[in-house]
Structures are given as structure tokens and as C-alpha cells.
Design a protein around this ligand. Sequence first.
Ligand code: F6R
Ligand code: MG
Ligand code: MG
Length: 367
Amino acid sequence: MKTTISVIKADIGSYPGHTRAHPEVLKRAEELLEKAKRNSDIVDYCVTHCGDDLELIMSHTKGTDNGDIHSVTWNVFEECTEIAKSLKLYAAGQDMLKESFSGNVRGMGPGIAEMEFTERTGEPVLVFMMDKTEPGAFNFPIFKTFADPFNTAGLVVDPKLIPGFSFEVWDIEEHKKVMLACPEEMYYLLALIGAKSRYVIKRVFPRANLPENEPVAVVSTEKLSQIAHKYVGKDDPVAVVRAQSGLPAVGEVLEPYSFPFLVSGWMRGSHNGPIMPVSQKYAQCTRFDGPPRALCLGFQINEGKLVGPVDMFDDPAFDKVREECNNIADYMRRHGPFEPHRLPLEHMEYTTLPHVLEKMKDRFSTV
Ligand code: F6R
Ligand code: MG
Ligand code: MG
């Protein structure tokens, strides 16, 4: 029997402003997923939020891109949007970009990370959720976990990990993908994924010991602005990572977050800032609508059931990185509207440049 983990999320409205999902919305989502569980549409579920994003973590046996699962999900988002509207929550229905559902939520607005795999005797799964940033924010930690021996001791000391991993990288502008194997092709991989606004790690596959067609990590790569053809908020990605027994250990999956790496997003989706790993309690972006957050819930999978969650960053071991984040946030903020705090023009989600150029058009002279 294979198990599928589907993490599907959407910002369907929040309070105040873009800060966090409302308890009434979370409650309704729970009720609907409880009903789906009773009807055997899903095996198990966990509802949470990361900032203003409603996060549905579901397990089932129907495989990825399954119509039943996607329709359950779409229905949850629709009903929750109604609640958001009735409470006049901010930006109610924001990520519901398409109106008529035709069997799959892909390309409709919500972000999706799904993987199907054969459950091992012990199957730890970590679900990561980020707010106020974009899918490429996962490039750095996923690379570190599966390819950097200075992060993952197992790549050196565990013979099962020495063969390395294959990375499926998407060009999210040209809609193409490429597979790169590490360690041999690490420099090619880095040449691409360092450009994180364009090349994003979509999946990671094992090269030995486990079935090679079953992913061990998957990231949501939806680009809302491309679906809507205008700025509609950042994509706020999610990722699912399997761990242990021939894979990086749980602690090796978390270790990259001990460094406050810079991501783009934050205020108005137009600023670089450090990602702050936080517990559920602090999964809300307040200072300058940020700084961007990473939340991680950990589970053991038991015949499809989600045993957990454990709030993985709820640990004083991550206090130091949070403090560093605050120092970096101060430093970055002092740049105000200057790059590299503010993103370069082509990556800004709110751009006033056309407006400024229009106003100035008769005042420019040739030099
Ligand atoms: C960033 C984000 C917020 C908003 C900002 C302005 O992803 O969600 O920083 O961009 O609060 O929001 P509006 O334009 O809705 O007033
Ligand atoms: Mg929002
Ligand atoms: Mg969000």
C-alpha cells in the first residue's frame, strides 16, 4: 500500500490585514476535513496556518493530483472563503483565482506539495510552511539537507546516503524542468538554483536503497502572479520532506534553518529579508509584514495516519537564529527603499516605475 501526503494551502483571507488566519476559518476547515475522513475520502488530516495562509495537511491512498482530494480541498477553500467574507476578513478569497473548479486545484491559485511513497517501517515526515516569501526560498535549505556534507553528516558517515540524491529543478518562467544528480552535478545544480526567483527545486529523489521514482522531498512551485497575470500576493510555499533510515535525519533536515538565509518577499512581496524559523504561536508576520516565517510540523506516518504534530521549531535551540534574524531585519530595514533590501525592479511585485516614468516622461532630456 502506498501513502500520499497532500499539503494544499491558500490565503483565503486573514486578520488584521495579512497577519493571520482566523480561528473560525480554521474551525470550519477542520469540520469539513473531519467529514471527509468519515466518508473515507482521506485517511487523516491536520489543519493549521502559517501567517495568513490556511494550510491543509492530508494523508490518503489515492495518489497525487487526485480529483476527489482536490475537490474536497477546493470545497474547504470555498466554504472558508464564505466565512472570511462574512467576517469581512482582509483580502477574503485572495488565492481563489479561478471560479469554476474542473477536477484539479493546480493552476487555480492554491499552492500544492504532494508525494506518494511506500511507507517504511518508520516513516517520519516534516511539513514546512513559509509565509511572505516565494517557492525559491526552499532552494537553500533543501539543497543543504540533501547535498551539503557540511550540513548533513549522513552524506559522509552513512553508507546508505553516499550515492547522493537527484534534484528535479523547474524553470518557473519558461515552464521547463531538468534532473541533476548530486554529488557529480552539484555545480550545475547550484548555478541554476542560486537564481531562486527562476529555478526552483520541485522534487528530490533517492539514487539508491529506496524506490528511485518515489520522491523524498517536494515543494509547491505555484506562481500566483502568472496565474492571475498581475500581482496577487506572494506564493508563500510549502514543502514535504521524508527523513531517517537512508535519508537525512530529522535534525539534518532542520539544520539549514539555524542560519537566517535571505529570501525575497516580506513587505509587499518586494523586499529581501531573513527567514525566521518559528513555533506555531509565532507563525504570524507583524514587523513590516514580516520578517518572513518558516513553520515546521513533524509527523510519524502509521498506515496513512498522521501521528503528531510536533512543532519542530518550538525549541530554544533556534533562539539564536531568531535573534540573528532580528539583527539582520534591523540592518536590512535601514536601507529603506534602496536595493538590495528592496528587490530589483523586475522582481518587485508592486511596481510604481511605470507610473513614475509616465509622470516624468516630458521632463527627461538626452545626455
Ligand atoms: C506580502 C503581503 C503584504 C501586503 C501588504 C500590502 O506578501 O501580503 O506585505 O503586500 O500588506 O497589502 P495591500 O496591497 O493588500 O494593502
Ligand atoms: Mg494575505
Ligand atoms: Mg501568506
